[in-house]
Design a protein around this ligand. Structure first.
Ligand code: ACO
Length: 329
């Protein structure tokens, strides 16, 4: 039997909307304060799409940066995966719109909806195509534009989210490098903890669904908080065990950026120091599928991540879904 190739991330890129919305700005929108938001979530500001900015336009910018850094032309992409729950429109997929923007005419293109775990799901899916030899060049974009589906009258949710896109190019890498282990999980019985109840085929848009504000995110924050800390620890330990590594082998962890208290609680239980945790939530809030590729891109630009570093990526989100991966950079 032919040896399976290893899959790795060879380049990254990001795109963030121009408009910054600070906690002080939010004080004019809902009954909240910079003090509450900072203490309870770690967020100071977030980016919000405006003007011509959309899910697919941010994706295109992030993708072009990642492609250039990989020395790859759009027509060389085999598969284009857009991990998102906020496509420009219900039909067609954001991936097809991005494919057209890039003129990536050889690429198969599809969206992957796994809430905030979309990027990690996409990474595991892309890994399979590369390891089996079915694809060589995969463009994976983690993007979400949640600001249009956030209820700006609900202070429990609107302060938490932001918009952004991160892209990575995945290619075969030498044995011992790249993704050493990855795993995806789900529990649909907890679907109601985070949902947009209307706007799908079950409850299409009507005057009633609009009046009920059914097209906006509804979230049970405290329940997700408890769940998130537990599964972040469990799934990180699980993927480390899958590749024969320990937490003490890790250089960095790149966790989903939903709440700094979730990140701190999970990383403390894993025995990781502050310096090992990649965090940028203070600047962008929870950008759903974009948080991990964007935090990776920033850490690479800052020269933090170096070849040979061992990284854990871990995320959770609507579904509920969660996932983790270990990479040898
Ligand atoms: N400003 C001021 N007060 C507020 C605000 C606000 N923005 N929001 C809530 N409060 C109030 C509440 O009304 C409550 O007041 P009460 O005690 O008088 O009723 C009080 O603050 C405490 O509220 P809690 O909800 O208990 O606050 P908590 O400490 O749990 O923090 C938070 C809330 C930040 C939402 C937290 O639970 C959390 O981060 N949960 C995880 C959410 C998450 O990760 N979601 C993303 C999932 S990923 C995806 O797929 C998108």
């Amino acid at each position: 039997m032919r040896a399976r190739k290893k899959a790795g991330i060879v380049s990254t890129g990001k795109a963030l909307p121009v408009v910054r919305l600070t906690n002080y700005d939010l004080e004019y929108i809902v009954e909240t304060s910079d003090e509450w938001i900072t203490a309870r979530s770690g967020i100071k500001e977030r980016r919000i799409i405006s003007g011509e900015e959309t899910n697919s336009s941010l994706s295109e910018i992030a993708a072009r940066i990642a492609l250039e850094r990989a020395g790859l032309k759009p027509e060389e992409i085999d598969i284009l995966i857009v991990a998102t729950v906020t496509p420009d429109q219900p039909l067609p997929s954001s991936a097809c719109l991005v494919q057209a923007r890039l003129n990536a005419h050889r690429a198969a293109a599809f969206d992957l909806a796994a809430g905030c775990t979309g990027f990690l799901y996409g990474l595991t899916v892309g890994q399979q195509f590369i390891e089996t030899g079915a694809a060589k060049n995969i463009l994976l974009i983690g993007v979400d534009t949640l600001s249009p589906v956030v209820d700006w009258t609900d202070r429990r949710t609107c302060v938490l989210f932001g918009d952004g896109a991160g892209a990575v190019v995945m290619q075969p890498v030498e044995e011992g490098r790249g993704i050493l282990a990855s795993k995806m999980y789900s529990d649909g019985s907890k679907a109601e903890l985070l949902e947009i109840p209307a706007g799908g085929s079950k409850r299409p848009a009507t005057l009633k669904t609009l009046q009920e504000r059914g097209h906006y995110i509804k979230m049970n924050g405290p329940e997700i908080f408890k769940f998130a800390v537990k599964i972040m620890v469990e799934s990180t330990l699980n993927v480390l065990e899958m590749c024969g590594k320990k937490t003490s082998d890790l250089t960095y962890i790149a966790p989903h950026q939903a709440n700094v208290r979730i990140i701190n609680a999970a990383c403390k239980r894993l025995g990781l120091s502050e310096e090992q945790v990649l965090i940028n939530i203070q600047r962008y809030g929870n950008m759903s599928s974009a948080t991990i590729p964007v935090v990776l891109d920033e850490a690479l630009e800052e020269g933090k991540i170096k070849q040979g570093d061992l990284l854990a990526l871990v995320s959770f989100g609507a579904g509920l879904t969660w996932g983790a991966a270990v990479l040898n950079w």
